[in-house]
Ligand binder design. Structure first.
Ligand SMILES: Cc1cc2nc3c(=O)[nH]c(=O)nc-3n(C[C@H](O)[C@H](O)[C@H](O)COP(=O)(O)OP(=O)(O)OC[C@H]3O[C@@H](n4cnc5c(N)ncnc54)[C@H](O)[C@@H]3O)c2cc1C
Length: 442
């Protein structure tokens, strides 16, 4: 279940180049940068660096570009930077801005945590909180990258890296030299081993997997017992013992997006697109949950199951002139919805750091500043994601009751200074979404 869009190789826009902005110090150091991987991270990195007058070529192993057919959340720290990069016109017709998040008790569906989003969050953090179809997000980034003159070479598998030269070798024997190489080659990255050396600990299976599914909203509207969930765009999250379900509407294709996280101690090989097996398993995993949720699950026709990985805490991002970004650098549990947001922050921070150099000899200095700032931020978010999984997944008992009691003020509309709900907690909001969040952004 993947969407794809063909025709990139011959797209005439690949050869055109619109005027980039000058580097922020007014100088025009233009680097030749090779990016490996045209996932969301590779494309964001290309856009951020092309905006700073660098010449970017992306090498992607697949013959066509695609993304998983599911939704993704774009929190304000990410949306603010994407808007600055000029993605607004490419994305605006596809995004939805949820007005609230309701955290619900697994069995009854009763609201136990509540976050006001929409205008309130947008005003506070000077950027919207969006949800969007991954395919639309990926395509918007692709189109902007192409309009900025980025070249995308499909069917170009990188088989080795030289971090000092720097250069990459392709499967067909070509060796490509550049001023910098950025590896955004995903969770199973080959470049990570080169950057981390003996310290490399590949991302490990966490004992959790997620079913991704979408439900046709017209079918939901036919049933008054579930149609009320669509009255205004919202995140609805059901939490229970070791499991949760995150959901939201995707207005661009009129589907209700669901991610159903559950324990899974398999080795990941039986994951993938096998709905015949996964649909009954899903029913069993969530048996006894809120009848409203179970009705929606009953409307799911197909699903993809993906194992959830978490990387070890990031210790470095750079070796020589090779940089790892995105899931290659800091894969994390998706429980703060910040994985791709970190890719966006990384990319802008790297572009900003490089924009301050006036000679190629200063590249190592720029990279070391970038690395110092971004390692600290990535580790914080990796840890927060692990922690949030614990908070969401308490079994019924005294700790769960204490959590729910602590969220009561936000549900009742009373003032509160802290909350176990990471979407509502004022301190977590500030460091996740705020401008002074130590992300390296100025
Ligand atoms: C269930 C789930 C929900 C999530 N929800 C959110 C969310 O709401 N918000 C959020 O911000 N994040 C979320 N994330 C995280 C987010 O999906 C990832 O962080 C992001 O997609 C990673 O993008 P990437 O470009 O680094 O990697 P990938 O998407 O894996 O892209 C890597 C690319 O590199 C290419 N490649 C690999 N090796 C080579 C090679 N040798 N040569 C050439 N090309 C190569 C691949 O073909 C691929 O195109 C979620 C993750 C999961 C699992």
């Amino acid at each position: 279940m993947v969407i794809s869009y063909r025709g990139y190789r011959d797209d005439p826009r690949l050869k055109t180049r619109s005027s980039p902005e000058p580097a922020s110090n007014g100088t025009w150091i233009s680097l030749n940068i090779a990016v490996v991987g045209a996932g969301i991270c590779g494309l964001v990195a290309a856009v951020a660096l092309a905006r700073q007058n660098h010449t970017i070529t992306i090498y992607e192993q697949s013959d066509e570009l695609s993304e998983v057919e599911t939704g993704i959340q774009i929190p304000p720290n990410s949306a603010r930077l994407l808007l600055k990069l000029g993605l607004g016109p490419y994305l605006q017709n596809y995004v939805t801005e949820p007005q609230q998040m309701s955290m619900r008790r697994w069995k009854s569906g009763n609201v136990i945590g509540y976050t006001r989003m929409g205008t309130e969050l947008r005003k506070q953090f000077e950027a919207p909180y969006w949800v969007v179809h991954r395919g639309d997000y990926h395509k918007a980034l692709h189109d902007l990258a192409v309009d900025l003159g980025v070249t995308i070479k499909l069917g170009s598998k990188v088989v080795s890296y030289d971090s000092a030269a720097p250069s990459i070798s392709l499967e067909d024997g070509q060796i490509i030299s550049a001023d910098l190489v950025i590896a955004a080659d995903g969770v199973l990255s080959k470049a990570r081993k080169i950057v981390l050396g003996d310290a490399d600990r590949p991302p490990h299976l966490t004992g959790f997997a997620a079913y991704h599914a979408v439900v046709d909203m017209d079918r939901m509207r036919e049933d008054p017992e579930i149609s009320w969930l669509l009255e205004k765009p919202s995140l609805n999250l059901w939490v229970g013992d070791n499991r949760h379900v995150m959901s939201y509407p995707l207005s661009s294709d009129k589907t209700f997006n669901m991610v159903l996280s559950h324990p899974d101690n398999s080795d990941g090989t039986e994951c993938g697109d096998n709905s015949e097996k996964h649909l009954p398993d899903m029913q069993e995993e969530f048996a006894g949950w809120d009848p409203v949720l179970m009705k929606i699950i009953g409307l799911i026709d197909s699903t993809i199951k993906r194992p959830l990985y978490s990387g070890s805490l990031t210790s470095r991002l750079v070796r020589g002139k090779l940089i790892i970004l995105g899931d290659a650098a800091h894969s994390m549990l998706p429980y703060m919805s910040q994985g791709t947001a970190m890719d966006v922050e990384d990319s802008v921070a790297l572009a900003q750091s490089l924009s301050r150099i006036t000679a190629k000899s200063q590249i190592p200095l720029a990279l070391s500043i970038f690395e110092t700032v971004r390692v600290e931020r990535a580790v914080q978010v990796q840890e927060a994601s692990l922690l949030n999984g614990k908070i969401w997944h308490f079994p019924d008992g005294p700790v769960q009751k204490a959590r729910d009691l602590a969220m009561m003020p936000e549900v009742k509309g009373q003032s509160f200074s802290h909350s176990p709900n990471q979407w509502s907690d004022p301190t977590t909001q500030m460091w996740s979404y705020g401008k002074g969040n130590k992300s390296g952004m100025v």
